[in-house]
Design a protein around this ligand. Structure first.
Ligand code: AMP
Ligand code: MN
Ligand code: MN
Length: 326
């Protein structure tokens, strides 16, 4: 099943000429690393490739090989043979990049989100894979697609960031074997890790200090949350990318099962980010109640309302889930 799907995808990659390689808004390392890895493999095949993300390349990932090839989409739509949607749970999370790319032949959807409804013509979703980057490694290797050091480093960034640096439970022996292969190809673990995890701007830690000031606990310490208001974000001058991973400080607290981060957005919405330490507390199911999705242990949603209203509604739903665990 996997192999025949991989054959079909590889056949399309070899057959067509014009590709748009896209991923989700507010991209993470898996999104950007996967886009560049796939874009570079396609370029090696001699294809015309656009690599677009609504947010463009983030400052914190600007070191990844060939980062300059990834850009914001143009305002006028363009035509391609194939759109590749990577690491994107639902189609509208492609944002303006999805609106700018029109596919005349195929839309290929590759991700690892169980909540992915399977949009597109050629779909490969592997919910057990810890990162889209891991799926792409398997695709490239099993189909003999181009592979080199730059592609390897992008895949390493994708897998390292989505596994919390090889810590989350979906990190399997296979994941570590793939990491070993990437290191053998020339990835320098110490250097990449330092750039990923020891190179934060000071304002990120100032933001953390503010967030900890809003920290709340519920359900006997099983739920922990903190919130970022627009006021605070403006005062500190933070970029959206600054808060990626800060929720891990809540998850890391002993006794906490579900961690929640609320971020007020300009358009009357709140971005909700959730993490769980227990499969029985399925945060994807909770986020789906609010129109979002993701994975059992890591999910998110964008919810209409004020910060206070959304906190109240969402924390009530988390409480109900925790209360239902035997
Ligand atoms: P985040 O908390 O933003 O790091 O997202 C955690 C996971 O939930 C990621 O795998 C996302 O793809 C997914 N996710 C986040 N926000 C949404 C959303 N609004 N709709 C669907 N899935 C989401
Ligand atoms: Mn992602
Ligand atoms: Mn991912």
């Amino acid at each position: 099943m996997t192999l025949s799907k991989f054959h079909e995808i590889a056949r399309a990659l070899r057959e067509y000429q014009r590709f748009a390689v896209l991923s989700h808004v507010r991209p993470d390392g898996d999104a950007l690393g996967s886009q560049l890895a796939m874009g570079l493999a396609l370029r090696e095949l001699g294809k015309d490739v656009a690599i677009w993300n609504e947010d463009g390349m983030l400052q914190k990932y600007a070191f990844i090989p060939r980062a300059e090839l990834l850009s914001k989409p143009p305002s006028e739509p363009q035509d391609f043979d194939v759109i590749l949607a990577l690491d994107t749970a639902i189609q509208n999370r492609l944002g303006t990049a999805g609106e700018a790319a029109r596919a005349s032949k195929l839309c290929i959807n590759i991700s690892h989100h169980p909540s992915n409804p399977g949009y597109g013509d050629l779909v490969y979703i592997e919910p057990d894979a810890p990162a889209t980057g891991q799926i792409l490694f398997e695709l490239i290797k099993s189909e003999g697609l181009p592979f080199n050091r730059d592609i390897a480093e992008n895949l390493y960034v994708a897998i390292s960031t989505d596994t919390g640096s090889f810590q989350y439970p979906n990190t399997t022996a296979r994941t570590l074997e793939i990491a070993a292969e990437l290191v053998r190809t020339g990835v320098n673990v110490g250097e990449v890790s330092q750039r990923l995890y020891e190179n934060y701007p000071r304002r990120r830690i100032e933001l953390l200090r503010e967030l900890l000031g809003t920290m709340r606990f519920g359900a006997d310490g099983k739920i922990a949350s903190f919130s970022l208001s627009l006021d605070c974000a403006q005062r500190l001058g933070v970029l959206p990318e600054d808060n990626e991973g800060l929720i891990d400080h809540l998850r890391a607290i002993s006794g906490v099962i579900v961690a929640v981060f609320f971020e007020e957005l300009p358009e009357g919405k709140v971005r909700v980010s959730m993490r769980s330490k227990d499969e029985a507390a399925d945060v994807c199911a909770i986020c789906k109640q609010f129109g979002g999705g993701g994975h059992t242990l890591a999910a998110g949603a964008r919810v209409k309302g004020t910060l206070r209203e959304v906190e109240e509604r969402v924390l009530r739903a988390v409480n109900d889930t925790i209360a239902a665990i035997p």
